[in-house]
Design a protein around this ligand. Structure first.
Ligand SMILES: O=C(O)CCC(=O)C(=O)O
Ligand SMILES: [Fe+2]
Length: 364
């Protein structure tokens, strides 16, 4: 890097400082977040602690949205499981509607797994009355809002996870990890039974708590990630089974569940996708909320306005980044597909699949 460029880079200092109070978690792009000496002094842990305190205060204001026993289970475990979420007839309608839906989807390859998502945008929802009803269900609305600590609609998609579906190394989601340095929500309404061997969601109960052991481990990871020679500089830290044991949480659970079970989790807690015995297709309604974790207030007009509308926009951004030669996730857009249709073969890394090719493949 030339000296001039290095000096000019410091003009970005205000942005780097502002990012301290955002959800930014990568250690490489921002020399303040990635500063080894600041992280040695506890910067990373301090950010996480402040974000957790703010999340707890926002959540207190949303307690009215959930049953007291669900609040208790969440405080203890970091996740809530609601079997039989919908009345049987309503669930049957939802399942049939999702299985027969065809729409535009994004497919992401991570290792040998392919995740297909059809976002519940306002235009898709016009054709999905049972999904609309689900989003209005008090348990779904209340739990996703409470756990996320934001009184806003989550971004919701019909999601299918195809395990062992592409050539590649092991699915990275099967490693124990935390999604970020701050509390954040993901939810799954499983539409089919998920057996132990089908790659169920796994969680270490109580691992969402900022114990001294957890903070020490977070600090160690932040020092590793801010090492100039480090290869992995992302903020979704991974943990070995031994490290997980040392956290002294309750024994990790593989959440093998029946269809119609909702799981809502704080994915700061240590979790993973269980390894599956063979190729599987896990069909679910998937929700997530990611807002600036340093916002003191729980509501937002913008949240209500944007929601899933943002998803196609992010697809556009990914293809723009790819055209500019910047690193992107391994994503392709499929113009029309049903959730349970097996994914077309994955051809090479980072090569966008042409619409015409896909159309032909799907007709075949
Ligand atoms: O699909 C799963 O079971 C968990 C995947 C995961 O770690 C995530 O979505 O953050
Ligand atoms: Fe995760």
């Amino acid at each position: 890097m030339s000296q001039v460029f290095r000096t000019l880079r410091w003009l970005l200092l205000p942005l780097w400082i502002a990012q301290l109070f955002s959800g930014e978690k990568a250690f490489h792009a921002n020399p303040v977040l990635g500063s080894r000496s600041l992280n040695r002094r506890g910067l990373h842990v301090w950010r996480g602690r402040l974000a957790a305190a703010l999340a707890a205060s926002r959540r207190r204001r949303l307690e009215r949205l959930v049953a007291p026993e669900d609040c208790g289970a969440f405080a203890r475990d970091g996740f809530v499981v609601k079997p039989d979420l919908l009345p049987p007839e309503q669930f049957e309608r939802l399942l049939r509607e999702v299985e027969t839906f065809r729409g535009r989807a994004a497919e992401v390859r991570e290792g040998d797994a392919v995740t297909r998502r059809v976002p519940l945008t306002p235009s898709n929802l016009k054709r999905l009355p049972a999904c609309r009803a689900l989003l209005r269900t008090p348990a779904f609305r209340g739990l996703t809002r409470y756990v996320s600590s934001f009184d806003v609609d989550p971004i919701v998609s019909i999601q299918t996870i195809f395990t062992k579906a592409a050539p590649g190394r092991e699915d990275p989601q099967t490693a124990w990890h935390a999604d970020s340095f701050h509390p954040t929500m993901k939810a799954w309404l499983f539409l089919q039974d998920v057996a132990e061997e089908d790659g169920p969601f796994c969680y270490a109960p109580g691992s969402h708590l900022r114990t001294a052991r957890r903070e020490a481990l977070d600090k160690r990871r932040s020092l590793e990630a801010s090492d100039p020679a480090a290869r992995r500089k992302g903020g979704a830290f991974r943990f070995t089974s031994r490290e997980l044991e040392r956290l002294k949480t309750a024994a990790p659970l593989r959440l093998a569940v029946k269809a119609n079970t909702l799981v809502v989790a704080d994915t700061y807690g240590v979790h993973a996708r269980g390894a599956s015995a063979g190729p599987t297709a896990r069909l679910e309604i998937w929700a997530s909320t990611r807002r600036n974790p340093f916002l003191p207030w729980a509501g937002s007009a913008f949240g209500a306005l944007l929601g899933a509308r943002l998803v196609p926009l992010t697809w556009g951004l990914v293809s723009l980044r790819r055209r500019l030669g910047l690193p992107t996730p391994d994503v392709r857009i499929v113009p029309e597909v049903g959730p349970l249709e097996p994914p077309a073969p994955w051809t090479g890394r980072r090569r966008p699949v042409r619409k015409e090719t896909l159309g032909r493949r799907q007709r075949a």
